[in-house]
Design a protein around this ligand. Structure first.
Ligand code: NCD
Length: 430
């Protein structure tokens, strides 16, 4: 087959909107067999599916009336044109996506997995240079964007911090953006002011990606969060339509939850439980935007009440850097997602997520480390997904996603079978 088996099957289930159980029943195979076909090709338990299944599934997918809309969208030009912002190939907000385009995007991310898992290499972006401009603190977003660009064969130039940039000398966003456009082929920008990345984007015609604009948006994080939820749900035999999502922590300034809630609202019949300390509630404009899609939205200040019945508990850090000192004083930050709460109040198959970084210091009110060996904790599967998702962002915005499949070569080195010392806990969960 021209695409990897895992990509083909995941895509078929997504398009048909079927859980693994229902899909297995529909094609007349045991769930266990389907699970082995869905494993990465390098894994020990992987099995190739019979050619007859390939043909049968292709037939179903092609004949499904539901798929007419996918066919239409596929005919209406490249994905980057359909998600364009003001006619440019840039990613500023999750508002640029529809359900169809985000699912097509996930398919591109799936195709990046052999590269992200260090089985294959590609040079489709050879010669291209990324400007990774971070005017605010970052570790994972900056490095994962850089690594994703490198893994497609490009090179990266970084800047970090505001103090060491020309903006500290009073340079405007317009000038910085225009100057950088002469040096690089794409830019990722993180900046402390909401709306600033859109301003960067208006001053250039090269692809710009929003790596976080103050308390505004963080679209690449939302895409990797959605991609993680879809993959975890596939493993658990659940659909995102109708799911119950709890968002907990600083919902006022947390840009990751702003983008995620809007992106999830593209799905049907969700229940959102918004759990925050008093004073850190989700902004009204997001509630209104999501409310228009007909989802149920509940708000509470009690963590214990809020996690009951949730399929996903997404915890966030209090964004202390965005508060005036006196503003923080009045807020009760006694708010820790930990094993005791998840055991007592959570569903047995809940998944616990966090965009990271979490504050792991003694007594911190953040996601506790006592869930570290619990398979319900998806945070490192989430960070790992940052690579294929950010590769997909570049591939789509630079228009090379169709070239990746044919550019793959085997890696020359031998990566460890589990990249993290605790990863065997999750082995076979994919
Ligand atoms: C988040 C951010 O910067 O918005 N981190 C990230 O990019 N993964 C969350 C945070 O800083 O709390």
């Amino acid at each position: 087959m021209s695409v990897a088996q895992q990509v083909f099957l995941r895509d078929a289930m997504r398009r048909l909107n079927l859980t693994r159980d229902v899909f297995a029943t529909r094609i007349g195979v045991k769930r266990r067999a389907l699970d082995t076909w869905l494993l990465p090709e390098g894994s020990q338990e992987f099995r190739a599916m019979p050619e007859v299944v390939n043909r049968f599934v292709t037939e179903i997918v092609e004949n499904e009336a539901l798929l007419q809309k996918y066919a239409q969208s596929a005919q209406s030009g490249p994905l980057r044109d359909r998600i364009a912002a003001e006619g440019k190939h840039q990613l500023i907000s999750v508002d640029q996506f529809t359900r169809e385009s985000v699912e097509e995007f996930c398919r591109v991310a799936d195709q990046m997995q052999p590269i992200a898992r260090r089985q294959k290499v590609s040079r489709v972006l050879e010669g291209a240079v990324l400007g990774n401009l971070f005017f605010e603190a970052s570790t994972r977003t900056r490095v994962s964007f850089g690594a994703a660009f490198c893994r497609l064969g490009g090179s990266v130039c970084d800047t970090t911090g505001f103090t060491f940039s020309s903006m500290a000398k009073g340079e405007s966003i317009y000038d910085t953006s225009r100057v950088m456009s002469g040096y690089v082929d794409a830019m990722v920008i993180r900046h402390p002011d909401e709306g600033s990345v859109a301003e960067f984007a208006r001053a250039t015609n090269i692809p710009v990606v929003n790596g976080g604009d103050g308390p505004g948006e963080h679209p690449s994080q939302a895409l990797l969060d959605l991609y993680t939820i879809l993959n975890e749900f596939s493993r658990l035999g659940k659909l995102l339509d109708g799911a119950h999502i709890a968002l907990a922590g600083d919902l006022k300034y947390g840009r990751t939850v702003h983008s995620l809630m809007k992106l999830l609202s593209l799905y049907r019949g969700l229940k959102f439980t918004l759990i925050s300390p008093v004073g850190l509630e989700m902004p009204e404009y997001i509630l209104q935007q999501v409310g228009k899609h007909g989802h149920v939205i509940e708000q509470t200040h009690s963590l214990e009440e809020g996690v009951v019945g949730a399929d996903v508990v997404y915890a966030t850090r209090v964004q202390k850097e965005r508060f005036a000192a006196e503003e923080l004083e009045g807020i009760n930050l006694d708010f820790q997602v930990n094993k005791a709460i998840i055991d007592r109040c959570g569903k047995p198959d809940v998944i616990v997520m966090h965009p990271l970084p979490r504050d792991s210091r003694e007594g911190a009110n953040d996601l506790s480390t006592d869930l570290n060996h619990d398979p319900r904790l998806a945070i490192f599967r989430q960070t790992d997904n940052g690579i294929p998702v950010r590769m997909a962002i570049f591939a789509v915005l630079l228009g090379v996603e169709e070239l990746v499949q044919h550019s793959l070569r085997d890696v020359t080195w031998s990566p460890p079978s589990h990249i993290g010392p605790d990863d065997s806990v999750f082995h076979g969960m994919d």
